[in-house]
Design a protein around this ligand. Sequence first.
Ligand code: FES
Length: 125
Amino acid sequence: MLYSEKVMDHFTNPRNVGVIEDADGVGEVGNAKCGDIMKIYLKIENDVITDVKFNTFGCGSAIASSSMATEMIKGKPIAEALELTNKAVAEALDGLPAHKLHCSVLAEEAVKSAIDDYYKRKVNA
Ligand code: FES
């Protein structure tokens, strides 16, 4: 089978879908090749990610990867979320087909870019 049960589960029943209106950090990344776009919203208190939501305009693996990534960083300190790799996301999904690995890279990048945005806002506040 091409996709693991976990990928199918997170694709058909994605966790943490949505928007956080008063987010402390927002990250948007895209892949120029496939055209998929992923947006992640973070709520951060005392350096801990208290809430996270995502919107992904893209393929099933990108949706499953963002769903899994949000679950992996929710309730975690920023430092830990920054260590989240696309490999860890793909492994948590019991693997992705080789040509779909870049979808998990998008999830890693979206998390990093949202944290980046959080720090930028802090500096400018
Ligand atoms: Fe590009 Fe999945 S095909 S993110």
